[in-house]
Write a protein that binds this ligand. Structure first.
Ligand code: PLP
Length: 441
């Protein structure tokens, strides 16, 4: 209630925007990330580590737009290149532009596994293309994902497979048929993965195994360190393609992505977020010449081309944004600097949790920091209590998120915090003082 009073006293402009938004936009926000209790914040300025709302409040930004802006928000050297490109030829022509080639070549330089790259409109589209490419290339039918993993919102791989038909959580409108060829294994459960691969072998086969390489939901559900390498071995044994969803990890974990970080070679890599540096539209798929040629035609079992499309896919603006962002990230060593900020934030939060004896746990993989109410991690997604436990814990984190924002720190739903190159020691220490005020209450 004290924090709601803060919003009433200090965020009237956002309230007005949100009230009007509710009349014209379902739920009042176009993006779930903007959801906030009691209302969404209307942001008018973003720069480096900070956001400003319409009421003049400044926030430290650990949402980072959901992950793409490792250089910090609104990074001027990239913005200047984009401004020039738009002055020259506008955002899109539908024709070939040299930036498409430059971006694909640069990605190949950083990730040698990615011999060919196809730009798309979003991470969701990249995953859809990966499902299709894997089936076209292998001629097999099933896809396996890890429980709790987020691979975008397409029907075949949306969140937990328990959702359709259970009436639980948020996914309506997905017919059971859409999931007939999609299977899920519990995080870290290699025995279950082997059993599913073996069962599928006489029954259409497994086209692909999808993983988020730092664990489902960007590491919210942890898997052991050797997990990816063992999944690679199982894929080889059963002739399935290994797909790394690097929408979050691609370039945030390092210029070599999670595949460089773990030293595991996927057959296909899905890109999003950083691949256009926070500019729209950001998605893509890459892999070996052989697999990626399914998009060029000729090599599939059926001799047909696998289709991908998109009016705005590979527009020069996105490709220029990705190209200059990746160049700058490499030049400035942004992933490592953002990662050190993540270490400092995690260490500080950990000390606060200990000081106030809070039932939370905090950990990070570089610039991806997770804050959880402890306990969720002890449950497998296959435990019946998982979803009953998850609901109240998510609500609690939602309340924390609201309180953090009122103290001037924006997070991803109170449970994930992305750091960026703009997060100097001063910024992190300022944030920790604000977390301290919330935790003290
Ligand atoms: N895969 C992962 C691991 C993600 O985190 C996301 C988005 O957060 C996606 C896929 C979907 O990407 P997009 O939101 O660009 O469709």
């Amino acid at each position: 209630a004290e924090y709601h009073a803060w919003y009433e006293a200090n965020a009237a402009g956002s309230k007005a925007t949100f009230e009007e938004a509710q009349r014209y936009i379902p739920g009042g926000v176009q993006h779930n990330l903007a959801l906030n209790d009691p209302w969404a914040l209307d942001i008018v300025k973003a720069e480096g580590a900070h956001l400003w709302d319409v009421d003049g409040n400044r926030y430290i930004d650990f949402l980072q737009a959901g992950g793409p802006t490792v250089l910090g928000s609104n990074y001027a050297p990239v913005r200047e290149e984009i401004t020039q490109l738009i002055a020259d030829c506008g955002p899109v022509t539908g024709m070939l532009h040299a930036y498409e080639v430059k971006l694909a070549k640069l990605i190949h330089d950083f990730m040698p596994n990615v011999q060919k790259f196809r730009m798309l409109g979003s991470g969701t589209e990249g995953v859809m293309a990966a499902v299709r490419a894997a089936r076209a290339y292998t001629g097999k039918s099933h896809v396996i994902k890890v429980g709790g993993a987020y691979h975008g919102w397409s029907d075949q791989v949306v969140f937990g497979l328990r959702i359709p038909g259970t009436g639980s959580l948020e996914a309506a409108g997905i017919p059971a048929g859409a999931l007939q060829l999609t299977q899920e294994v519990a995080p870290g459960d290699l025995d279950e993965l082997r059993a599913k691969l073996a069962a599928n072998a006489g029954n259409g086969g497994t086209a692909a195994v999808f993983v988020e390489p730092i664990g489902p939901e960007s590491g919210a559900h942890l898997v052991r360190h050797g997990f990816n390498a063992q999944v690679r071995e199982l894929c080889d044994e059963f002739g399935a393609l290994l797909v790394f969803d690097e929408v979050v990890t691609g370039f945030r974990l390092g210029m070599g992505g999670a595949q460089g970080y773990f030293g595991v070679k996927p057959d296909l890599t899905v890109f999003g977020k950083c691949v256009a540096g926070g500019y729209p539209a950001a998605g893509g798929i890459g892999g070996s010449d052989e697999v990626m040629n399914v998009f060029a035609g000729g090599l599939t079992a059926a001799g047909k081309r696998a289709l991908v499309g998109g009016t705005l896919s590979a527009n020069p603006m996105s490709c220029a944004a990705g190209y200059h962002t990746l160049l700058e990230m490499d030049r400035t060593n942004a992933p490592a600097i953002a990662g050190r900020a993540g270490d400092r934030l995690r260490a500080g939060l950990s000390a606060l949790i200990a000081r106030y004896d809070l039932p939370y746990v905090v950990y990070n993989v570089g610039s991806v920091v997770h804050l959880h109410t402890s306990g969720v991690l002890h449950l497998s997604i296959h435990d019946p209590e998982f979803f009953t436990e998850l609901g109240p814990r998510k609500d609690m984190l939602g309340q924390m998120s609201m309180a953090f924002s009122a103290e001037g720190v924006v997070t991803l739903a109170g449970s994930r915090l992305y750091t960026s190159m703009a997060d100097t020691d001063e910024v992190i220490d300022d944030a920790l003082a604000r977390f301290d005020r919330v935790f003290a209450r």
